[in-house]
Unconditional design. Sequence first.
Length: 230
Amino acid sequence: MIDDWFSAIKLPLTWEQFWQLPQNPAYKYEYFDGHARLSPRPKSHHAVLDLRTFARPIAEMATDDKVAIRPLQDADWQQLPRLFAAAFHRVQPFASLTDDDRLAAAEDCLGHTREGGDGPVIDEACLVAAREEMLTGAILITLPPRNAVENAVGLPHVTWIFVVPSCTRQGVGTALLQAAVQPLVRLGYTRLASTFLVGNESSTLWHWQAGFKLLEQPWSMRTIRREAGR
């Protein structure tokens, strides 16, 4: 769903200016007829967390105010798009959008998740972080295929986890993950999958710190060569 919000970018630049552009791994950079042309080429990493050995790497949150972790409620969905838009305002593809378009993208992505587009939502493992009535973060976990929740099959997936900028780097996201692990274990799951974009360093580091292990990439040369040798 996130790939739908990547857009091609065309910039009038000189050849010298083109080579001074900052590079983002989610785009292919080309130069034609006095213009820089940035074409979306997003790639994702996939990782898995062993729930049986998970140990929270941070003892407690470092926020100035008390932040409580609680189950996601129906009324919370109305607040989530603005929270989402704020959390991802510097992350592609959302960073290239206007404020209005970024909010529309947030509503689109979250609506897709809520309606089951990413697989059934595991209600017990969907949580929010809240400071009194104000939400500061959320984790949404889904489980494809259909009916997987009832049958305890498949691999739970961290579809979205996000925290407002004022609460990042303070352990809120990790606290959300820790709270989500407990109901997943009670439901009988032993692993939790997640996906993050290549080039999103903060997400990469968070997954590494939490104990997620990278899966082999289907587009890596090692994989390609092994498949070709069959």
